[in-house]
Structures are given as structure tokens and as C-alpha cells.
Design a protein around this ligand. Sequence first.
Ligand code: UD1
Length: 432
Amino acid sequence: MDKFLIRGGKQLRGKVVISGAKNSALPCLAATLLTPETVTLHNVPYVKDLITQRRLLEDLGATVLTPELQTHKVTAKNIETFEAPYELVKTMRASVLALGPLLARFGKAKVSLPGGCAIGTRPIDLHLKAFEQLGAVVSLESGDVVARAPKGRLIGSDVNFEKVTVTGTENVMMAAVLAKGKTTIHNAACEPEIEDLAELLNKMGARLKGAGTPTIEIEGVEGLYSAEHTIIPDRIETGTFIVAAAITGGELEITHCQPNHLRAVIEKLRETGVEIEEISQSSLLVKCCAKGLNGKDVTTEPHPHFPTDMQAQYMALMTQATGQSIVTETIFENRFMHVSELFRMGANIQVSGNTAVVHGKTPLSGAPVQASDLRASASLVLAALSAEGETLIDRVYHIDRGYENIVKKLSSVGADIQRITDNLAMTAEENI
Ligand code: UD1
């Protein structure tokens, strides 16, 4: 299993280019199943989850061409099977995003029910209830969700999510675009990835409005067509690099990003003392911290509030801030797996229920640690960058799921980081 070896204490300086958003590319690739015509997606990040999503499309019968590494041309003309098997779903929950489009276009879909994951039980009951509201008959057979539209086509309806769900909203959007009649989604997720998916769907001929607000209205159409779309920049990768600059006391120019997509993160980090200058609509200059870094409380909430996907990275930074900060996680019940690893590096953090109290500033020192999920891994990388000595991070396959070229990007701005593969150390240059 690959590991990262990081020698901390280097200030990061230079320019980092942000990749396309994993969490937008995943539903956009699923949306290509809605039409027999070719859909071209640009700025798809080359990360493990996208490779898995591509495999899923190919297993279903779609043709995926990649004329360039970040461009996918998908033609889902000859779909032969309607099933996302357990081997894929267990490695990537987002495979459930195949349900909505398959059900919408073919009236049938079978997707293995995702089990729990490192950050909680993560059910998909709200997706399934919404499909039922659109007329689908849903059953659970031998661990698979089997969904059918009785007359081959879903029927537009009112869907009221009792809890905000990102992939749930995306799944229903994709199910409703080909349904007969009008669907209104209430209490929809408002994440920028929802707006990006809506933009793609409308380019394909869907009639969808209100994405980015809690109410999305969709007039079902008879068919969808070819389209070309560029995926938005990854706001979580952007936030992670802001923290990387701050935690090392360096200076980074972060380009090809979309600051408007991470207002709550930028504002919270500014409150702590991180200097973030918006040098253009798509680039930031980050420095830290002329007036010191101070502990500030944060609570994760659905967009536009502080995202759960930045909680672990923020906590790593707070170990280096003066004073106490209370981090409250309201989205997932078990998302503090990084705490015990940060503790091994010298952090002083107390967890009680969904609250972690970070007492800063404590010097961090390198240690062998283990990544437990995607964002937890990012927090360990950040902590390691600021720690004294060597940190060996095990199980970095988690980070490979969602951060494109992380070793190369960090090395290019001065980090001392190496990937260790099967006892062979590779340099950043080799490791593309
Ligand atoms: C998406 C993101 C993930 C991010 C999360 C929250 C993708 C591929 N992943 O995950 O990176 O951390 O949003 O911003 O975009 N829930 C239910 N029943 C359901 C669905 C969700 O109880 O049917 C609960 C979940 O357990 C969780 C909360 O609702 O407590 C929010 O989850 P949700 O927004 O659905 O997360 P994902 O879409 O899985």
C-alpha cells in the first residue's frame, strides 16, 4: 500500500493550479447516461474516483474516449446492463448516482446498496423515497436496490427532502429531467456542484431552474442530446491549499479556482488571521499570518455554510492557532477519525460527541500515521507539512480518490514529500 513520506517545516511558496471538482465530475459523468448522444466533459480531474466512475459507465456499455487526460467524451448509446455491482459501489459510494439516470432513461436500475463508510452509516433512504415519489417501485433484493418505473417512465411530482442531501438532490434531478410532467424538489442541496450539474443538464436539453436555491423546478422532456461542458474548479482542493499556505507560514498563489464557491471557508480563515487576497475572479494570494493565527470556532453545515469536507483540514490548522477552537460536525456522525492521528503528532484535541475542542498552539512532530478517509488524509498531509521531522502517512489510497497530483503540486511549491510505493521511493517528478 502506498505511503507518503513528508519532512515538515518547509514554507510553501509559488503557484498552484486547481483541478476540476471531483464532486461535480462524478454526477456529470453519470448524467451522460441520460442520452444516446455524445457528451463531452472538460476539466475532469484524473483521480481514482473518476477512474472508477468511468469504469462503471463502460461496464454499463457506454463508450468513453479521453482525447486528453482531463477530457471525457461519453456515448451511452448501447447500454447493455442496468446494474452497478457491489465491487464498484463498495469502493465508491457515488456509484449510486447511476440510479437516477438509468431509471429515467430505461425505466429500470439495479445498484448495490452502499454499506457504511469510515465517516458514518450514510444511508440512501432519501434517494429511494424520492424515486418512489416519482412513481418508481423500489425494492431491496440480496443487497441490491432494484428500482423500476411501472410504465417505463417516471412521473413528475413534488419531492420534499427532510434532510439536505447532495447526491440525493443530484440523483432526483437526473431522474426528473426525463419524467412525464413537472417535478419540484423542496429543501434541495445548494452546493455549487448542483448548479454545475444543472448547467450540463440544461445544455443537454433539460428544462431545469432554481439550482443553487432550496427549490428546484424541472419540466420533464422527451429526450436529451449531445452537449459539451467544463467542470467547475474543486472548492475543497482550493480550501486545502489555502490551509497548506497558512499552516506552513508560506505564500501561495492559487489559480483556476472559483472563490465565490467557498465564501464561508475564506471568511472563516480570514477570521483566524490568514491573509487571503482575491487577485482576480479566479485566483487568490494566501499568506500567513502577520498578525498571528488565532483559534476560532466552526460548525459544519450544508452550503453556503462551512463544508464538512473542510473540517479535518481546518482542525489541522487550528492545532497551530493560539487559543481554543471548538469544531462542531453536524453532517456526518463519525467524522473525527483524524483526531487520534493528529494527537499522535502532538495535537491537543478533546472529542465529545460531535464536538472537538482544539487547544492550540501545540508543536507538531512527525510520526507514523494512518489515513482513514479522503479529507482526513488531507488533514494529516497538512499537519505533516508543518510538523518537525518525518511523517509517514499510510493508506494514501484515500487521498488518491480525490486530490489530483497532490505530491507533484505540493513539491512544486517547496514541500518535501515523496510517495513510497512497494518499498520504492519515487520522486515527485516520476509520480505524475
Ligand atoms: C456529498 C459529497 C461529500 C460531502 C457530502 C456533504 C459527493 C460525491 N460527495 O456526499 O463529499 O461530504 O455531500 O457535503 O458529492 N443522508 C441520509 N439519507 C440519505 C442521504 C443522506 O440520512 O438518503 C444523510 C447522510 O448520512 C449525512 C447527510 O444526510 O448525514 C448529508 O449527506 P449527503 O449530502 O447525502 O452526502 P453525500 O451526497 O453522500
